[in-house]
Design a protein around this ligand. Structure first.
Ligand SMILES: Cc1ncc(COP(=O)(O)O)c(C=O)c1O
Length: 362
């Protein structure tokens, strides 16, 4: 018998653990979203996000999950007759291409096997063959536990294709992995708060470059809910175009304050340390699904090379410890399992979880 009021501790790759003090932020008295108090909350939060993402360009808050911003960046920045290069290396990068198609655009695909990385060289070869308006990249492919080499890709893009816009899905990467939006020359980056921000779902954060904002003015039929121009008009008043998820923004303010106090370099190092622990455990017991040089610091995808019954282990942990981790995504359901080590999940939490898995697989 399940009880949603007594849910399991979550080690799935999002949503993840939320600290009690973060939950308390969600219970604060609400604010009128056209009032001065909200503008104060909004302005301070966006100011902190700009520091965290190393940008002086636009940062917006969207009351949606991150999937909305997939649609937003396509509909705002790519005209119907322009071609996008969608790089695809797992379930979420595949979906980014699917959303481009659903928005009536014509994606050209650069596809590798799930578990492989997209490299700068691959993108370079592909872009050299045609006239592309934009490229989509998933920073951290949550389905395969893989981090694409986005810094190298960005250097190559700046040098060889400075006019091609770069859209980066950093849903499970933001906060946990290094990010220098302006220096990297990205045009849109986005994430949802239920990943490494360690906040309950309902809000997405995104940054947009000045040139993407200019381009968006020239793209017809941008829709309304994700229209970047609407976001910009409201941002000038430290507001959002529509009624925002105020509780999540209060929690985001709290989390950004903590993260900046810790220092982003330290936050990234903390994630790396947890990932190294998870990888060492994985190599001792199973194998990594992604090549180690690309293995993610926010989650580990474990290749189930011992043929354990993943669903049974998860069920046993839920029953004994009211704790769950992630099975493989989609077609990898039986062959992989995924363990989140991001946000407010601590190294001690991770050690406890892996100890419990050890007991089950002995
Ligand atoms: C890499 C990646 N992109 C996009 C999404 C979709 O995000 P959301 O569920 O917030 O719409 C996810 C969700 O897990 C993801 O991991």
């Amino acid at each position: 018998m399940v009880d949603w009021k007594n849910p399991p501790r979550l080690f799935i790759p999002g949503p993840i653990k939320v600290l009690p003090e973060v939950l308390e932020q969600l219970a604060r008295p609400t604010l009128g979203h056209r009032g001065k108090e909200y503008s104060q909350l909004h302005g301070e939060t966006v100011g902190m996000l700009k520091k965290m993402l190393s940008t002086e360009q636009s940062v917006f808050l969207s009351t949606s999950s991150a999937s909305g911003v997939w649609e937003g960046c396509i509909r705002n920045c790519v005209k119907l007759d322009e071609t996008i290069l969608c790089t695809m290396c797992g379930a979420f990068s595949d979906k980014f291409a699917m959303v481009s198609r659903a928005c009536g655009r014509t994606p050209d695909e650069l596809k590798v096997e799930w578990g492989q990385a997209i490299t700068a060289d691959m993108i370079d070869k592909k872009l050299a063959t045609g006239n592309y308006a934009a490229v989509t990249i998933v920073y951290n492919e949550t389905s395969t536990g893989l981090t694409n080499p986005v810094y190298e890709i960005s250097e190559m893009m700046k040098e060889k294709y400075p006019d091609v816009l770069v859209f980066v899905d950093a849903v499970s990467g933001m906060v946990g992995l290094p990010m220098h939006f302006d220096r990297l020359g990205w045009d849109v980056v986005f994430a949802s708060v239920q990943k490494a921000f360690s906040i309950p779902p309902g809000l997405a954060v995104f940054a947009v470059s000045d040139r993407a904002m200019e381009k968006s003015k020239t793209v017809p039929d941008r829709g309304y809910y994700f229209d970047f121009q609407e976001f910009a008009k409201s941002a000038a008043k430290d507001q959002t175009p529509t009624t925002p998820a105020v509780p999540q923004i209060m929690a985001l303010h709290y989390q950004c304050t903590r993260l900046l106090e810790e220092g982003m370099e330290n936050v990234w190092a903390r994630h790396k340390k947890m990932a190294e622990y998870a990888r060492a455990w994985t190599k001792e017991n199973f194998d990594l699904f992604a090549p180690e040089e690309y293995a993610s610091n926010t989650l580990t995808a474990v290749k189930n090379n011992r043929g354990i019954k993943v669903a049974e282990v998860i069920a046993a942990l839920q029953q004994k410890h009211n704790t769950v981790f992630g099975n493989g995504y989609g077609k990898l359901k039986q062959d992989v399992f995924r363990i989140a080590h991001m946000g407010d999940i601590s190294l001690d939490d991770l050690k406890e979880l892996l100890g419990w898995i050890d007991e089950e697989i002995k």
